[in-house]
Design a binder for this molecule. Structure first.
Ligand code: SAH
Ligand code: MG
Length: 227
């Protein structure tokens, strides 16, 4: 357990058998770079977008055709790169609290040639949100699961009229709703599961939004604003 935590958080991203963005090459094919990021994430147990959820994410980005994207939870920049690849005119502001992770993301995005369209902010999303100026067409919530309700409320003033808010992992291992979620969640997951339930309640009851929850991957909630 300690070892896992260390691998993930103690600057381990720059060491070991996984290069994780350290190579300064600008000519990588994007596909090759994405595969390298997937391997890096796997080796370091970084929870990037699940493969099964990628089509839902990409389709939503395509439909939204965003000019400004906000992401909470950058990790190594995988979903940010997917979003930028899918929307060539878009810029992204992405927030990550782990400085090593943010550094790896900058490096990968640089190698992909899209760093000019990306701003990677290091800090707690809940603290940085109130400092942002608005007009985001697409928000991707993928940071601390127990803060999703706060994130939902925090991003409201930043949304355009036709914005879409996408939230990853909302069904968290099937524990949030549906079959298998009847038991009181075990202690280590309790706050997270209860807050994810609250998130789904909030988005489903929000006026001016239409929400669909996709079961793919770890569950993805897509909330379109259509007032
Ligand atoms: N969106 C990424 C994966 C993000 S994993 C992708 O799909 O490629 C979640 C990330 O959120 C982790 O890197 C973690 O360090 C970060 N995180 C967790 N809580 C946070 C918070 N409160 N503020 C900012 N970042 C946070
Ligand atoms: Mg996720």
């Amino acid at each position: 357990m300690m070892e896992k935590e260390n691998a993930r958080y103690s600057g381990g991203l720059k060491n070991g058998n996984c290069v994780c963005g350290a190579r300064a090459v600008n000519r990588d094919s994007l596909e090759g770079l994405l595969r390298e990021m997937e391997r890096c994430a796997k080796a370091r147990e970084v929870p990037i977008l699940a493969e099964a959820a990628r089509p839902v994410f990409l389709r939503t980005v395509r439909e939204a055709a965003p000019l400004r994207i906000l992401e909470l939870g950058t990790a190594i920049g995988y979903s940010a790169l997917l979003a930028l690849r899918e929307s060539p005119d878009a810029r992204i502001v992405t927030i990550e609290r782990d400085a090593d992770m943010a550094e790896a993301a900058r490096s990968f995005l640089g190698r992909a040639g899209v760093l000019g369209r990306a701003t990677v902010l290091v800090g707690e999303a809940e603290k940085l949100l109130p400092t942002l100026a608005g007009n985001f067409d697409l928000v991707f919530i993928d940071a601390a699961k127990s803060r999703y309700p706060d994130f939902w409320l925090g991003v409201q003033p930043l949304l355009t009229k036709r914005a879409v808010v996408v939230a990853d992992n909302v069904l968290f291992r099937g524990l949030v709703e549906g079959e298998g979620s009847e038991e009181w969640p075990k202690h280590s997951y309790r706050t997270m599961v209860l807050q994810l339930r609250e998130y789904l309640r909030l988005v489903r009851s929000a006026t001016g939004f239409r929400t669909e929850v996709f079961p793919e991957g770890d569950g993805m909630a897509v909330s379109w604003r259509d007032e």
